[in-house]
Write a protein that binds this ligand. Structure first.
Ligand code: HEM
Length: 390
């Protein structure tokens, strides 16, 4: 099954202008919800029910997608996946994650103190806030020293690169390989340290619980999946959420008046500006999806960002409503590969945005410096997002 794939690495031609992505999704949902793109050599799926079918039916759609991710939990199928995921699923469960609340709050306060002391009137929240807290939290969880922050940030970002000009996806795959190589180097060193000198962290815990379930390389790959999974995606969610609030003043005010709405608001930010716009699978056998026949071995790209705006599931899907309920979005996917870090991402986002709004209630977008969205069609976010804190 392992082979080089392109679809998830190549920018679709229709998305040359990323600003128009929601128009494209809407058009595809109504005209051609499951269609084959011969340039990228993959299927694209846009409607909620079909996206859900692909991500939940692991007997028909495999996660073993390319030579690149076969080593990571994200690229495994059962029974291997079940065994590996169960090793830390408890540690990422809601109850366990709740215990991190005070440490997330203290990292957040520290970062906000640094911002408050800054003399600049326009602050780029993507460099100093949104990028710092989720990465520091996940490093803390794994027991990785803060000194590694810049390197981890750099190589996690490289792992999720999608360069617009890369027509065949070769550069993007190379960036992923390079990011993987450097993160492996860092993690190998840290795991060796923990073998000799265990601590209170997740790596030490995995080592102590490990009854030969994981080899050294497998443990390293697992930690890398957690590190990359918990960095760029969560960083972007924070930035996207801040932008949404600052461009929807009524909703911002509503939330500030009633902070108990925060959990619902986080869900709406996940739905409306999904950090991961699409993921992919491989058809294990010939399968009919809607009225299309997908052949065994073909790649299927499912657009979570489109499913989350499907008018057959969400009322007024193009509106950002912080009290939306129900909100069965697919931002964390569903099924056996549902985001392992979803409780952590939800908790840290809730803490960061609540603390930010309490500390800087007058926060607004900079009047002089425009936001700079990234050009990544998979990982939605900003390169720069300038705000005025007071
Ligand atoms: C807003 C933040 C996040 C979003 C939108 C997100 C999204 C996703 C999605 C869509 C998947 C499914 C991928 C697939 O099946 O192909 C996934 C899986 C995963 N995520 Fe997240 N993620 C986020 C935060 C995190 C965090 C904080 C962690 C850290 C623990 C994490 C770790 C993982 C791992 C390890 C997997 C693979 C799970 C498996 O294959 O069983 N993610 N994530």
């Amino acid at each position: 099954m392992a082979k080089l794939l392109l679809g998830h690495f190549v920018h679709p031609e229709e998305l040359v202008d990323l600003d128009k992505k929601y128009e494209w999704y809407q058009k595809m949902r109504s005209e051609s919800p499951i269609c084959f793109d011969s340039k990228r050599n993959c299927w694209d799926v846009f409607t909620y029910q079909e996206v859900k079918k692909v991500v939940t039916d692991y007997k028909l759609f495999s996660s073993k997608r390319s030579e690149i991710n076969v080593d990571s939990i994200i690229g495994m199928d059962p029974p291997e996946h079940t065994k590996k995921r169960s090793l830390v699923s408890k540690e990422f469960g809601h109850r366990h994650i709740k215990r991190l609340e005070s440490s997330i709050l203290s990292v957040t306060q520290q970062v906000l103190d640094d911002l408050a002391n800054s003399h600049s009137s326009d602050i780029d929240v993507m460099n100093g806030l949104a990028d710092r807290i989720p990465i520091l939290v996940i490093m803390n969880l794994l027991g990785i020293h803060e000194d590694y922050f810049q390197e981890i940030k750099k190589w996690s970002k490289a792992s999720t690169t999608r360069s617009h000009s890369d027509k065949r996806g070769i550069k993007n795959m190379k960036a992923l390989k390079e990011g993987t190589y450097h993160l492996n180097q860092i993690l190998e060193q840290i795991i060796k340290e923990r073998q000799n000198n265990p601590g209170n962290d997740l790596i030490s815990l995995m080592l102590s619980k490990n009854n030969n379930d994981l080899t050294f390389d497998e443990l390293r790959d697992y930690c890398r999946a957690i590190l990359v999974g918990g960095s760029e995606t969560a960083v972007n969610l924070i930035g996207n959420f801040i932008y949404l609030l600052l461009t929807h003043p009524q909703e911002k005010e509503q939330l500030q008046k009633d902070l108990s709405l925060m959990p619902k608001a986080v869900e709406e930010a996940l739905r409306y500006a999904s950090s991961v716009q699409c993921i992919n699978r491989i058809a294990i056998q010939d399968v009919t999806l809607g009225d299309q026949l997908i052949k065994a071995g073909q790649e299927v790209v499912v657009w979570l960002g489109s499913a989350n705006r499907d008018e057959n599931v969400f009322t007024d899907p193009e509106q950002f409503q912080i009290d939306r309920s129900p909100n069965p979005h697919l931002a964390f996917s569903q099924g056996i590969h549902t985001c392992l870090g979803n409780s952590l991402a939800r908790l840290e986002t809730k803490i960061i945005i609540t603390t930010l709004l309490q500390r800087f209630p007058m926060i607004k977008l900079s009047r002089t410096k425009k936001p700079v969205p990234n050009t990544n069609f998979v990982f939605l976010g900003f390169d720069h997002l300038y705000v005025n804190l007071r």
